[in-house]
Write a protein that binds this ligand. Structure first.
Ligand SMILES: *[C@@H]1O[C@H](CO)[C@@H](O)[C@H](O)[C@H]1NC(C)=O
Ligand SMILES: *[C@@H]1O[C@H](CO)[C@@H](O)[C@H](O)[C@H]1NC(C)=O
Ligand SMILES: *[C@@H]1O[C@H](CO)[C@@H](O)[C@H](O)[C@H]1NC(C)=O
Length: 172
């Protein structure tokens, strides 16, 4: 291989590879089937570049006027928590003031694809509609290092955990 090619490959490969982002799996775990269930919760691959996440709840006790969300982002290799991505937030308060910086970042990743965009109470099912992998790709590119991750969110209503939504993804 000529020196120029070697140079170009070394020079270009980080750019070509950077920010590749892949959904691996999603798990929507119901903790209390008297309270809620999921109508669907899945990843779909349309083609090589278009993969999305969709989910819809079935709420049996509406309205929801209080909710606390525990959020964790962990590397799968060593289960280490990443930066400040381990927090609990009063979701109703957050939807009123948007003051929690990291919750706000997380919310921005999926909020635009959901019907969550209003303050409490919630008197309807929650829908996340076709959140594209590319959208997350753009957002996580500069923030988290390469690796395999588990994003665990636990949703508590009246202080009781009702569901864990766990997303496994890889950034390479
Ligand atoms: C993937 O599918 C989307 C939606 O159907 C389409 O807009 C896009 O052009 C497709 N990409 C490729 C590489 O086929
Ligand atoms: C969602 O919330 C933001 C911030 O409060 C607001 O600017 C925007 O108009 C809302 N969008 C919808 C579709 O309600
Ligand atoms: C997700 O977080 C909840 C609450 O901290 C915990 O009980 C559960 O075991 C976690 N799930 C996984 C797969 O780590």
């Amino acid at each position: 291989m000529s020196g120029l090619w070697t140079f170009l490959l070394i020079f270009m490969s980080p750019m070509a590879i950077r920010g590749h982002f892949e959904f691996n799996n999603v798990v929507c775990l119901v903790r209390d089937r008297m309270f809620m269930d999921f109508e669907y919760c899945y990843l779909k691959s349309v083609n090589r570049t278009y993969k999305y996440l969709s989910l819809k709840t079935k709420m049996f006790r509406l309205p929801v006027d209080n909710c606390e969300t525990r959020f964790q982002l962990r590397m799968r290799e060593n289960r280490r928590v990443l930066y400040n991505f381990d927090f609990k937030v009063d979701s109703c308060k957050f939807m009123r003031d948007r003051k929690h910086v990291i919750a706000n970042w997380v919310y921005q990743t999926f909020g635009p694809y959901s019907n969550l965009n209003h303050t409490c109470p919630y008197d309807h099912d929650i829908v996340l509609d076709k959140l594209p992998v590319q959208h997350l790709n753009k957002l996580v590119q500069s923030i988290i290092p390469d690796g395999r991750y588990m994003m665990n969110s636990t949703w508590m209503v009246a202080g009781i955990p009702r569901t864990d939504v766990i997303l496994y993804f890889t950034k390479s």
